[in-house]
Design a protein around this ligand. Sequence first.
Ligand code: FMN
Length: 215
Amino acid sequence: MIMKPYKKICNMSGAVIAAVLFMTLYTFGLNTAAEEVTAQPRLEKTVPFIAFYSRSGKTRMTAESLQKKLSCEMGEIVSKKDRTGFLGVFTCVLDQLLDRDDVQDAFPRTLTAYNPIVIAAPIWVGNLASPVRTFLKQTDIKGKDIYIIATYNGKLDAEKEAAIQQFVTAQGCNLKKMYKVITKEKTRQDIDGEVQIIAQELSRDADKKQQVVAR
Ligand SMILES: Cc1cc2nc3c(=O)[nH]c(=O)nc-3n(C[C@H](O)[C@H](O)[C@H](O)COP(=O)(O)O)c2cc1C
């Protein structure tokens, strides 16, 4: 007689537990299915940024031309060293020969949201100009896709070019390509023509990357 209500309660609790278990599994199962249906391929947006250093204006011209074509943002690497005139050039040469760092503030833009980063840089004594090397060392570009556009007068041997590529890669980024633009006696129009080809390649690379991520 005493056992009967107790048995009833036990049966009821069993039913409640079973119902809760069923609801949980049902809801969980539904959520998973819903996630499977709505999961979209993640599109990695490529938002390029151009960083440039220019002492006498040619690299600035190159960077500006690319910025117009890509309609992206751009920032200047600013050296605090006086690099004007004969003494300025002497400072540049010494920085290169002695592998000296530049004196500069931290780059004023945070590059986290951007990829790839295009870096336009003059060649000084067969290497990237000191302000650009310092920028590469002190800016967090780890894991970023990097394009270098080196401007120069046409004198850069293969060994030195390989050393530049090695230095860039050693900063922890993914060097996609190093372009070279000869600026000597070139007009803005000439430079525009060369940059056009670079812009087309960069756009093609961006399209390819988005397709790969979308797959
Ligand atoms: C100190 C110094 C060293 C240079 N060394 C080289 C070099 O080794 N090879 C080369 O082809 N051009 C060299 N150049 C030429 C520059 O790379 C070229 O003029 C570049 O486009 C200048 O860019 P900017 O006008 O933006 O400063 C040198 C220029 C300077 C000032």
